[in-house]
Structure formats: structure tokens, C-alpha cells
Design a protein around this ligand. Sequence first.
Ligand code: EPU
Length: 421
Amino acid sequence: MDRFVIKGGRRLKGTITVSGAKNAALPIMAAALLGDGPSVIHDAPDLADVRHTADLLGELGAEVRRQDGRVHVEVVDESASHAPYDRVRKMRAGICVLGPLLAKRKKARVAMPGGCAIGSRPVNLHLRGLKALGAKIELDGGDIVATAERLKGADIFLGGPFGSTVLGTANVMMAATLAEGTTVIESAACEPEIQSLAEFLTAMGARISGAGSPRMTIEGVEQLHGAEHTLIPDRIEAGTFMIAAAITNGEVHLRNCRLDHLMAVVDKLREVGIHVEADGDEVVVASARHLRATDVTTQPYPGFPTDLQAQLMALLCLANGNSAITEKIFPDRFMHVAELLRMGADIRKEGPTAIVTGVKKLIGAPVMASDLRASAALVLGALVAEGETTIQRVYHIDRGYDAIETKLTALGAEITRVGEE
Ligand code: EPU
């Protein structure tokens, strides 16, 4: 297992290009299963999760090829319909094939994903939505087995105890594209990745309105064809690099960055004292030397994203005063706290809230990556920590950040990947 060795204390300066969004790429690749004929996805990030999805689609009869940042998907055999536990365990987004397989192949057997480092990850809302479309759903040996001769449009409320569900919305909308009649999803997720998926499905011939709002309407069609689509920039990667600029007191220019997808994040960073401005095609992020403490609560889009909670916490560790961070999407998503404490942070957990008291400095230490975003927070802490930090298990980072050490090195960071001896 690779590890990162990072020497802290370098101000990051320069320009990087944000990659295509991981969380748009995964459901969109799954959506390609719905089409007759080839699909091409442009700006696909080079990530372990994209490769896992390609392997899963391969097992499901698709030919998947990557070339110059494009992913080509073409279904050549529709006889398989099983997404086994081994695949879904590695990457929960594997659940996204459930809706397309059911709608296109009339049956799907997809392993029920277990929990993960960020907490319990139920899929009850996905299943409720598909049942409302007329699917018969059973659990067999840990697999979800869904069948339906032809799905039927329905009015579906998809809200859960923590608000909307992103991949649940994706699954139900994908299934509804080939259903008979009209489906209305209430409390649909509004994330830009859902809008990106809706654009791809529309290019395939689907009839969708209201994507990006809490009420989405899908009129079922008989058939979809392959399509081309350019992914939106990864807003979480962009936010992570904004915080990298802020925490190192640097100045970073981001290309391919959509500020309109990052309003809650930019608002919070400005409150902390960071300068974030659009400059032509680029976004410039420059740190103020003095970071102010702030309070933040994670929420579904357009609120502050849970996927940047850990990274913001790393920044607030160095702010002047006390900050309260409340996690409203995944209340147990705090694995980074114990590791940041090892680096000298002062954080106290109270239920789904972390109280962060700013310290003068972080100190390099051996730490362990536990999940994707927690690992990003440790990289951010390490960039500014005194001395050297070793981060074990960086395969978590490789799941979701395209060439992170190359990009950080280009900005002047001292980061080395060390392979297993
Ligand atoms: N939930 C339910 N029932 C369900 C589905 C979700 O109760 O059937 C709950 C979840 O437990 C959670 C909340 O609803 O409390 C929201 O979960 P959601 O379903 O929206 O999460 P997801 O779709 O499984 C995606 C991203 C996550 C991101 C969340 C929230 C992908 C591949 N994953 O997961 O991304 O944190 O939305 O924005 O799009 C990451 O990239 O690091 C990551 C974890």
C-alpha cells in the first residue's frame, strides 16, 4: 500500500486544472447501460473509482475503453445482470447499475452495499422508489434482486431522515426514463451531478424536466440511444484545492472551476477571510494571513457539502477562535478527527458536532487515511504542518483525486509517493 510523505511549510502558488467530477462520472457511466449504441464521456477523471466502474460495466456486457481523457462505453451483450458484492463493496456507487439494469434488462441482482468508514449507508430509499415504479424487490444472499416486465411511471417522494439522496435520485430517474408513463420525483437531490446526469440522459433521448430542483418529472420513452457528454468540473476537488491555497497562505489559480457550484463553500471561505474571485476563465484563491473561526453545518446542495467537511476542519484547526462543525448528512463522518489530533489539533466531538479550537500550528506525524475525504484533510494538514507527515493507505485518495500529488507538486508542495517495500 502506497503512502505519502509530505514536508510541510511550503506556500502553494500556481495554476491547476480541475478534473471532471467523480460523482458525475460514476452514475453517468452506469446510465450508458440504458442506451443502444456507443456513448462517449469527455473529461473523465483518471481515478480508481472510474476504473472500478469500468470493470463492473465490463462484467455486465459493456466494452469500456479509455482514451485521451474520454471513456467510451458500448453494450455488446445484455445477458448479465449481476453486480457482485466484491465490486459493490469496493465502491458503493456500484449501486447505480440497479436502476439501469432493471429498466433495460428487466432484472437486476446487485449486492446490498454494507456500511463504510463514513457510517451506515442504507439504500432503502432507492428500493422504495423502484418499488413505486412497479419493481418486485427481494433480498437473496445479501443481493438485491429486482424484477419488472415494464416499469410504470409514478409519483414518488424520495426524502429521507437526512434529506434527499443523490444516488437514490440517480437510480430512480434512470429507471423512470424507460418506464411507461410519467414519473414525478419529489424531494429529488438537486446536486450538480444530478443535473449532469439529466443532461446525459436527455442527450440519450430521455424526457426530463426540473433536474436541479426538488421536483423532477420524467416522461418515459420506448428506447434510448448512446450519447456524448462532457462532465462538469469536480466541485469537491476544486474546494479541496481552494483550502490548500488557504491553509498554506498561498495563491492558487483554478482552471475549469464552476463557482456557481460552490457558492456555499466560497461564502464560508470568505467568512474565514480567504479571497476567492473569478478572473476571466480562472478562479483565484488567496489566503489572508489571519484565519477567522466560523460555524458550519453540512447540508444537501446548495448547502455546504459533507464531502468538504473534513477539509474545512483541517483549515479551521488553524483559525483564530472556536469553530463548530455539524455533520447533518453522515453524522458519524469524523474519522479524521483522531488523526488531526495526532498532528496537534484541538478538537472535541459532541454528537454530530465537532468543536474546533484554533491552534498556532500543526505538527507532522504518521497518520492513517480512513476514507477519501478524511485523507484529503490529512494532506491539507500535512501541507502546513511543521516537519514531516506520513499518510498511510493513500489508496483512499486515489479513489477520488486525479493525480493529486502531481497537481500539488506543480504548486510547490513537497509530497512524495512511496510504494510498499
Ligand atoms: N440515505 C438513506 N437511505 C437511502 C439513501 C441515503 O437514509 O436509501 C441517507 C444516507 O445515509 C445519508 C443521506 O441519506 O444520511 C444522504 O446520502 P446520499 O444517498 O445522498 O449519499 P450517496 O448518494 O450514497 C453521494 C456521494 C457521496 C456524498 C453523498 C452526499 C457519489 C458516488 N457519492 O453518496 O460522495 O457524500 O452523495 O452528498 O455520488 C465522496 O465522494 O467522498 C462521497 C462519499
